[in-house]
Each structure stands twice: as structure tokens, then as C-alpha cells.
Design a protein around this ligand. Sequence first.
Ligand SMILES: NC(=O)c1ccc[n+]([C@@H]2O[C@H](COP(=O)([O-])OP(=O)(O)OC[C@H]3O[C@@H](n4cnc5c(N)ncnc54)[C@H](OP(=O)(O)O)[C@@H]3O)[C@@H](O)[C@H]2O)c1
Length: 326
Amino acid sequence: MSRGHWTDADIPDLTGRTAMVTGANAGLGLHEARQLARHGAHVLLAARNRDRGRAALERLAAEVPAERLELVALDLADLESVRALAADLTGRLSRLDLLLNNAGVMAVPERRETAQGFELQFGTNHLGHFALTGLLLPLLLRTEGSRVVTMSSFLHRLGRLDLDDLQSERRYSPYGAYNASKLANAVFTVELDRRLRAARAGVLSIGAHPGYSATELQSSGPRMGGGGLFGRLNALVTPAVTPLMAQPAARGALPALRAAVDPAVTGGEYYGPHLPGEMRGYPVKVAYRRAAHDPGLGTGLWDASVALTSVDYAELAGVSDRPTEE
Ligand SMILES: NC(=O)c1ccc[n+]([C@@H]2O[C@H](COP(=O)([O-])OP(=O)(O)OC[C@H]3O[C@@H](n4cnc5c(N)ncnc54)[C@H](OP(=O)(O)O)[C@@H]3O)[C@@H](O)[C@H]2O)c1
């Protein structure tokens, strides 16, 4: 560690490992992919937009050997796309060491839906990743020491997960739905860890958050338009303020990278920036708010996610409904 902080210099040699980063064409995902490939991993860059994906691949190929990089198509807002990618990968890969559930969309001004009719932020940020992880579980289970890292946010602290209105049909607000989706990311990470432990599976489920980092997140959702005065103000103010307030994206990517590769990390942990407020800094172990560990919420969200996606993590069969250890 340099001056006591964990940095990209602490990433070990990853030669022979295969990693996939969702939303790898921009923001934090691009930095995560860059560092993993720089340290020798074969990196699958999952992107929904082929042109943006190709541009990112070309950018990274100027810095790392091109044979370490591969572009794959993934639209988390369409379970058909998630299924197609998972089928492709399970059909041809022999291992998957690291799955970084990074992609996300924030503060969509008006309620929108995914291809299957889920509220867009919950559907993309949580359900898409829930389905992707479950469908890739066979690959992860047969890869010794594999890890799933799921990106949450400090805003999970403000999230309210209403199991009777997961699709925000009764009540929608741009940040309400985002915060709920980020709490879902946290609850999923902890519940997956419980189930993996109960099944004595070697896969680790770990959470991360980037603090406040300068990326496209603050502008891409609001740019979708709508939302009246709030939407217009948000689209104007947030992208203008972010570069002044936020830490560089390369630093914001470090908590997810540490969760993915630090040998000292264990399942169920959560990594974020070290400075007070966790908005900026170097990656350290931090804590979810208590709701993320609520077993009732964990089971409720899990069961609802299985019902909505038809992905049932059958490979963990034999796991009791409510694991008793801990
Ligand atoms: N930046 C922050 O301050 C901050 C704070 C807390 C948490 N986070 C979390 O960090 C993660 C990465 O965000 P970021 O800041 O790097 O934002 P970003 O620059 O906007 O990047 C988001 C990435 O997600 C992709 N994406 C969005 N919807 C998708 C879909 N339906 N299918 C596949 N990919 C999709 C985007 O693809 P396109 O390029 O095609 O749009 C892009 O590659 C998110 O989970 C976010 O919630 C960020």
C-alpha cells in the first residue's frame, strides 16, 4: 500500500483470470476494466450500446494488449439480452473469476419501464444484475476463488424498499427509485453472501460504493427528459456541480477493485472511500446501514426477484430458506 492507502498499485497479477464488468464503456466501469486488464486479466467489457462499447475497447486497447479485451453486448433493462449473454458465456468460457455488477442509471425524471415492464432503475440496477449473477452462477461456482462485486451507493442509506410496490407504481420519484435500487443492491449482496455461505460455495459476494465520483451518472438519467421543472433543473444543475465536487472516477473505481482482488476481503463486506462521509478517498471496509442486513428484507427481495426474473439460483439448491448460521 502506498502511504497506507490501497491503490491500483496493490492489484495483484491477474494473469489467467477472467473478469466481466457491466457498464464497462463509461465512468467507473471503464476504469475498473482498465485496471483489471492492466494487471493481466482477460476482461469482458459488457456494454449495451455497440458504438460506445467499441469506442471504449479501442481506447483501452491503446493502453493494454488488445487480446486481453473483449466486447460483449448486455442490456440490463432487457432480460432477453441478459439471458443471451449468459448463455453465450456459459457455453464457451471455462471460468469466470470476477463479475463486477457495476452498471447503473440514476434519477430518471419520469417513471419508465424496462422491456419486461419493470421500473427502469430497479429493473436495471437490481433485477438485471440479479438475473445476470444467477445465470452465471454455474460458471462462478466452478471457478475457484471467484467473486461477485455489486455496486451500491451512499444513497442506499436513504432508500426505502417497499416489497408491495417494488415497481414504484403507486409512488414514483426519480431519487426515490434510485435510492431504493441501491438499497436493493446492498440487500442482494448480503443475502447472496448468506446463501453462498449456507451452500458452502467458494464464491464471495461483496459490495462497493464509489463515494461521489465524476462520471456521466449525474447527467445520463436526467437527460432522458421529462419530470417537469425538477427534471429540467436536475439536468442543468447536477452535471455542472459534479466536476467541482466529485472525486476523479479513477479513484471512485478503487473500492470495487479492492473488493474484487484484495486477498484480505471476505464475503458480505462492503468497501467505500475512507474520508468522513465516504464521499471521497481511498478504499476501506465500510458499513451498510442496518436494513441491508435485515434477513426478512433479504428473503423478501430475493423471493420477489426470483418471481420477477424467473432466475432461481437452482445451483444453490439444498440451501435452507432461512440460513441459521452467523
Ligand atoms: N458516480 C457516482 O458518484 C456514483 C455514486 C454512487 C454509486 N454509483 C454507482 O456506480 C455505478 C457506475 O456508475 P457511473 O458513475 O460510472 O455512471 P456512468 O458514467 O453513467 O456509467 C454507467 C454505465 O452503466 C451503463 N448502463 C446504464 N444502463 C444500462 C443498461 N440498461 N444495460 C447495460 N448497461 C447500462 C451505461 O451505459 P451507457 O454508456 O450505454 O449509458 C454506462 O456504461 C452505478 O451502479 C452507480 O449507481 C456512482
